[in-house]
Write a protein that binds this ligand. Structure first.
Ligand SMILES: [Zn+2]
Length: 174
């Protein structure tokens, strides 16, 4: 297993749409294991394959109890995940391993049902609400090339991108 290099905004690959996974072999298992390791070492609670530079519909989320300080991460892999039911709404403060130094409140569905395949291609369903529903929606967005910044108000987003550019210019000079 190895830790993948996480692409950072504004890398254009983060805006591309990922392809369906069609081959369920050793390569897919190895990629999922690398993604789990990358998520845990970041540390983060979710990671989508395009963040590791692989444009495939594959995500890993941590399904352990995130409120528990002594928790051990429990990575869950979802291949070709799709939201098949969504209800309600909630506002949650989000961040992203591909977007440095920025967090913002985002409105998402409160409860969702996701259909996905496991690493052997078997279909399964996950029901989630609250924070886990947020994480799943955030990661599935990545597969469509959508960053959480796109759910943030244009003013907040432009303030962030301006400060990012300023910092970059400063780094380039020093
Ligand atoms: Zn993200």
């Amino acid at each position: 297993m190895s830790v993948l290099k996480i692409l950072k905004y504004p890398d254009p690959r983060l805006n591309e749409e990922s392809l369906d996974v069609e081959e369920f072999g050793e390569d897919l298992k190895a990629l999922a294991a690398d993604m789990a390791e990358t998520m845990i070492s970041a540390p983060g609670v979710g990671l989508a394959a395009p963040q590791g530079g692989k444009l495939l519909r594959l995500i890993v989320v941590d399904r352990s109890d995130l409120e528990d300080e002594d928790r051990e991460p429990e990575p869950m892999v979802l291949v070709n995940p799709e939201i098949v039911r969504a209800e309600g709404s909630q506002i949650f403060k989000e961040g992203c391993l591909s977007v440095d130094d920025f967090q913002s409140e985002v409105t998402r569905y409160m409860e969702i049902e996701v259909e996905a395949q496991d690493l052997d291609g078997n279909l399964f369903t996950v029901e989630a609400e609250g924070r886990m529903a947020v994480i799943l929606q955030h990661e599935i967005d990545h597969l469509d090339g959508v960053l959480f910044l796109e759910h943030v108000s244009p003013l907040k987003r432009s303030m962030y991108t301006t400060s990012l550019l300023k910092r970059r210019n400063k780094d380039a000079k020093s």
